[in-house]
Design a protein around this ligand. Structure first.
Ligand SMILES: Nc1ncnc2c1ncn2[C@@H]1O[C@H](COP(=O)(O)OP(=O)(O)OP(=O)(O)O)[C@@H](O)[C@H]1O
Ligand SMILES: [Mg+2]
Length: 359
């Protein structure tokens, strides 16, 4: 039912512009894979090459083990949902959903059955006779989805399909899409530039930057073990700091940050024979308290700024040596002593929460 997708050394140039730069990627059958990256990094171009709307300048694309590089779009077991929905305004919901089946010459009786199933699948039962202008944004999105699913592709490509929806509907559709994908067991290749959306939905995420894959892994791996400064900064927030090697100490490496702050990190993560490296620290890994704290790293700081965000407090900390760090503290209880700008605080940071990243 579902198929894997492989990109093998795929490059796409438009004139002098390299949109996709020697990308190799293996997507497993039944996987929810997200291509995540900023505008213009090459996400849509990758999707279009999988679909067959663009031809790679070099490299090969396989779907279900078969080389499809030379096949036209309609010969590939792949279907696409576009950002703009691209519904036919003069056709009803059912006719829109059935459009692909009519093109394929599927018999009327079978088509009617499959259309009804697809409409049911996306929770639009009863709305088959409506025209697109009589639907909400979320309902139109569902029609576009049903229209792609009714053809029973082995791989579904989704190019920022939720970007036109308001935040609340978008969150609801994220969960719905994920559930649908699980239920169908279909391979989804999903494109977004929204890191939260990627974390919410994906089995694995490929971080794309300037036509290349920066990192490929589970949401968990990418968030907790970013490989590059770009990945650390693009997914969540990160303190990116230059660290200088001081010495090895049983199982850890002691480093010195700008501002003189010395910290230890897990020795396994420090590259051998390296005098300097970039490290990433997630703001919420810094435990901030007015009481002394316990951790492998303990240091004092002054709160320069405090921004109340409801569930969280965003803090800017400055160490006595002048190092600035972003931290996040949970507002666990209104009864606990609140932290305010100007306060002197204790900070704790575990050695395993300092991650060495490539620049
Ligand atoms: N047909 C084309 N001719 C020339 N350049 C193109 C063409 N299609 C895309 N590009 C360029 O290739 C690069 C990648 O474009 P692409 O549409 O894949 O980016 P994207 O990651 O999908 O961006 P967005 O998030 O804005 O949709 C961009 O610099 C774009 O201008
Ligand atoms: Mg795009």
């Amino acid at each position: 039912m579902s198929a894997g997708v492989e990109l093998c050394n795929v490059t796409k140039r438009f004139g002098a512009m390299t949109a996709v730069d020697n990308v190799s990627l293996r997507i497993e059958p039944g996987e929810f894979l997200t291509l995540l990256g900023p505008s213009g990094c090459g996400k849509t171009t990758m999707l279009r090459m999988i679909a067959g709307f663009d031809v790679p300048t070099s490299g090969a694309i396989r779907v279900g083990g078969e080389d499809v590089t030379a096949l036209p779009p309609y010969r590939r077991p792949v279907n696409q949902v576009f950002q703009s929905y691209a519904l036919f305004p003069h056709l009803s919901v059912a006719e829109n959903v059935g459009f692909g089946l009519r093109m394929q010459g599927v018999a009327k009786g079978e088509a009617a059955e499959r259309i009804a199933q697809a409409i049911e699948l996306v929770s639009l039962a009863g709305l088959g006779e409506r025209r697109p202008h009589q639907l909400s944004g979320g309902q139109k999105q569902r029609v576009a989805l049903a229209r792609a699913l009714v053809c029973r592709p082995k791989v579904l490509l989704l190019d920022e399909p939720l970007s036109a929806l308001d935040a609340k509907l978008r969150h609801a559709m994220q969960l719905e899409l994920k559930q649908l994908q699980r239920r169908l067991g279909m391979t989804f290749v999903f494109v977004t530039h929204d890191q939260e959306e990627a974390l919410t939905m994906s089995d694995r995420i490929a971080i794309v930057n300037r036509g290349r894959i920066e990192q490929f892994g589970s949401a968990h791996e990418i968030y907790h073990r970013p490989a590059t400064a770009f990945a650390a900064d693009f997914v969540g927030q990160a303190n990116l700091l230059e660290a200088e090697f001081v010495r090895r100490e049983n199982g850890t490496v002691r480093v010195k940050l700008s501002g003189g702050l010395e910290l230890v990190l897990s020795a396994a993560t420090w590259p051998d024979d390296t005098a300097k490296a970039l490290i990433s620290i997630r703001p919420e890994k810094i435990h901030v308290s007015k009481q002394p704290v316990q951790a492998e790293n303990v240091f004092a700081a002054r709160v320069e700024e405090e921004v109340f965000k409801g569930a969280l407090d965003h803090l800017i900390l400055v160490t006595p040596g002048g190092a600035r760090l972003n931290a996040v503290a949970a507002n666990e209880s209104a009864l606990l002593e609140a932290i305010h700008a100007g306060d002197q605080v204790f900070c704790g940071l575990h050695a395993s929460d300092l991650v060495v990243v490539r620049a």
